[in-house]
Design a protein around this ligand. Structure first.
Ligand code: FES
Length: 87
């Protein structure tokens, strides 16, 4: 599990093992638009300001994954204890 911080508000949200980032944020009233929820469409793409995502999607290229500046919160997770999201 890991935490995400909402850059604009400073709110820190814990992401439990059995929840996606999209689900955990929705429970805190932060809605991210989704479509496929499988890392294919890119609808949920969200900017990352700090931390290193654990990319699980097939939407971004390997080069884009390596930039670590965006991720798909419907399925991707974090390799660092904290991800700061550009929300
Ligand atoms: Fe399709 Fe996240 S909703 S990639």
């Amino acid at each position: 599990s890991f935490d995400v911080r909402i850059a604009s508000s400073g709110q820190v949200i814990h992401i439990a093992k059995d929840k996606t980032v999209v689900q955990a944020l929705a429970e805190c009233g932060i809605e991210i638009e989704t479509s496929c929820e499988q890392g294919i469409c890119g609808t949920c793409l969200t900017g990352v300001k700090e931390g290193r995502p654990d990319h699980k999607d097939l939407f971004l290229t390997p080069e884009e994954h390596d930039l670590n500046d965006q991720f798909t919160p419907c399925c991707s997770r974090s390799l660092t204890p904290l991800l700061v999201l550009d929300l």
